[in-house]
Design a protein around this ligand. Structure first.
Ligand SMILES: [Zn+2]
Ligand SMILES: [Zn+2]
Length: 543
């Protein structure tokens, strides 16, 4: 058994564990072990036989036992059992129908079906009502969903980062282009779509439905198929005649309202020709939410970003050193980066005391020597205490180049209190930027009760920037809020909040979110040269 085969089995096991909704940490551990084994330079089966496999990163005693079983017997008994019991396509269809994986498995057991197709047949034969716990109402709903033409919307979209990866993989496999919510960079994607150009559509559709990412097919006609992912999210493929590829791409990209306002669309092989025929300027996908026929502004681009102003290191909860982060930022072509580790009040992780900050300064100075002319800035992500004071004294903040202020604990305050708390922090003369202003986690935690219009006023008066945080779960401010902030005259900073070298890559998400808010380079502080970042706040005190 070679490393690839072993890794594939572990990955399948991880997927099965996820399907039965086992502890997510276990599934993740198996997935990580699979990755390690795939990249290992030596035959892992040999290491297992020599009792040395735990020398590999991320392999503990539990995974070692599974590996031993796999190498000795050629299989993992628990995995074989899971595979007998549930098929991924059944679970995918179940999720699409609004059933949990567990419920889908129960349903399959009591009906004696094992695949999505068999479930459909059982439903059509009227056998759903025999299942304990399924009443006439649920049966009617399931039948309706199975029969409906456009299918249900998932209760919850996929995070943009996951959706981008998924749609990108599918698009590459069928030689098409990502469209739908992903192309508009929505923070949570419900409508996944790919458009490919094909004179003869059948082979493209065949390739699509056979992809491992497509666990069930809910619709297929001559030039279009809708598959379902294992999360139960529908993904639509259009195999367009090349002469109308541009038309189909416009249609599969814009929101329904945006597209409807352009119809009837002329037939054209590419988007630019479609727009030219409509006699309106080409529109960046990020702006195709509301009907719009005008000249779009020159939206900010990743290439215009000159530095990242919110990054962590091993001094708090990051995984790389100051110099490693700086070097990686320099490799991205930036001129500067601000190290903003946590202050003590953050609680869950280690925060930096004034003493720590002064010791960190020595390390930052050394990194600056090694990386010059690139500049590593001394910064902090300073907690805003519940009463609006900052977690570190002013004389400490005064030494720093860049101060981010953040609400972490105590987010459930009523709006008037929360607004006063944040306002108070923005009045501190050393604060340069408000981190993740609303505190939301996409699909998991709502925005803090905060009067954003009031915060915009204060930020404008004080010359404080508002962050567009690029963590995939945050994207905070959202595109809609960015637009309101810009209308109020406030500046934004596109930052990654990176906790690792890889995390710096989330700048594309921060910039895309700013673009969804119609931001140009002039609105984004970190498109500016270092001298301006280090200069005084651009306060515009109310007259
Ligand atoms: Zn934070
Ligand atoms: Zn942070």
């Amino acid at each position: 058994m070679d490393n690839t085969e072993i890794a594939d089995r572990l990955e399948t096991f991880a997927m099965m564990l996820e399907l039965v909704e086992a502890n997510p940490y276990t599934a993740r551990a198996y997935r990580r072990a699979a990755e390690t084994i795939r990249g290992a330079a030596v035959p892992v089966a040999d290491l297992v036989r020599k009792n040395r496999v735990r020398e590999l990163r991320g392999i503990g005693s539990g995974i070692e036992a599974r590996l031993r079983e796999l190498v000795d017997t050629g299989q993992i008994a628990e995995l074989s059992e899971l595979e007998r019991e549930l098929s991924p396509d059944l679970v995918g269809l179940g999720r699409y129908l609004g059933l949990s994986a567990r419920r889908s498995v129960q349903l399959a057991r009591s009906l004696g079906v094992r695949t999505a197709e068999e479930l459909r047949e059982a439903a059509a034969a009227g056998r759903l009502r025999d299942v304990p716990g399924i009443g006439a109402k649920t049966e009617a709903r399931l039948l309706e969903v199975l029969a409906r033409e456009d299918g249900p919307r998932p209760r919850e979209g996929l995070l943009l980062s996951r959706a981008r990866e998924l749609v990108g993989t599918v698009a590459a496999a069928v030689g098409g282009e990502p469209a739908g919510d992903v192309r508009r960079w929505r923070d949570s994607c419900e409508w996944l779509a790919v458009v490919s150009a094909a004179i003869v559509p059948e082979p493209v559709l065949d390739r699509f439905v056979a992809l491992p990412q497509i666990v069930a097919v809910v619709e297929r006609d001559e030039r279009r198929a809708v598959g379902v992912t294992v999360e139960g999210v529908p993904i639509e493929l259009t195999a367009a005649d090349p002469a109308r590829f541009g038309t189909e791409l416009v249609r599969a990209t814009g929101s329904p309202a945006y597209v409807a306002a352009l119809e009837p669309l002329p037939l054209a092989p590419d988007e630019h020709t479609v727009y030219a025929a409509l006699e309106i300027p080409w529109c960046p996908p990020e702006l195709r939410e509301e009907p719009f026929r005008g000249e779009p502004p020159p939206l900010v681009e990743v290439g215009e970003i000159r530095g990242d102003l919110h990054c962590h290191t091993t001094w708090s909860d990051g995984r790389a050193s100051v110099e490693e982060m700086g070097r990686a930022a320099r490799e991205r072509g930036y001129d500067y980066m601000a190290i903003c580790d946590h202050s003590p009040a953050v609680g869950a992780v280690r925060g930096l005391t004034p003493d720590d900050l002064r010791r960190q300064a020595v390390e930052i100075a050394a990194a600056n020597e090694a990386l010059a002319p690139f500049r590593v800035l001394r910064g902090i992500e300073c907690d805003i205490l519940p009463d609006g004071r900052l977690d570190l004294p002013d004389d400490v903040l005064a030494e720093l180049d860049w101060v981010q202020a953040s609400v972490h604990g105590g987010q459930r305050m009523p709006a008037p209190q929360m607004t006063r708390r944040v306002e108070e922090a923005l009045r501190n003369p050393y604060v340069r930027c408000l981190s993740h202003p609303t505190g939301r986690y996409i699909n998991r935690r709502p925005e803090n009760a905060l009067d954003l219009d009031r915060i915009f006023e204060v930020a404008l008066e004080e010359g404080v920037a508002l962050e567009v945080n690029g963590l995939p779960l945050r994207l905070d401010l959202s595109g809609g809020h960015v637009r309101n902030a810009l209308r109020a005259g406030v500046e934004i900073a596109c930052s990654t909040d990176a906790h690792s070298v890889v995390g710096l890559g989330n700048m594309v998400l921060a910039v895309a979110t700013a673009r969804r808010g119609w931001a140009t380079a002039a609105n984004v502080v970190n498109t500016r040269p270092l001298e301006e970042i280090l200069g005084p706040r651009r306060a515009r005190k109310a007259a």
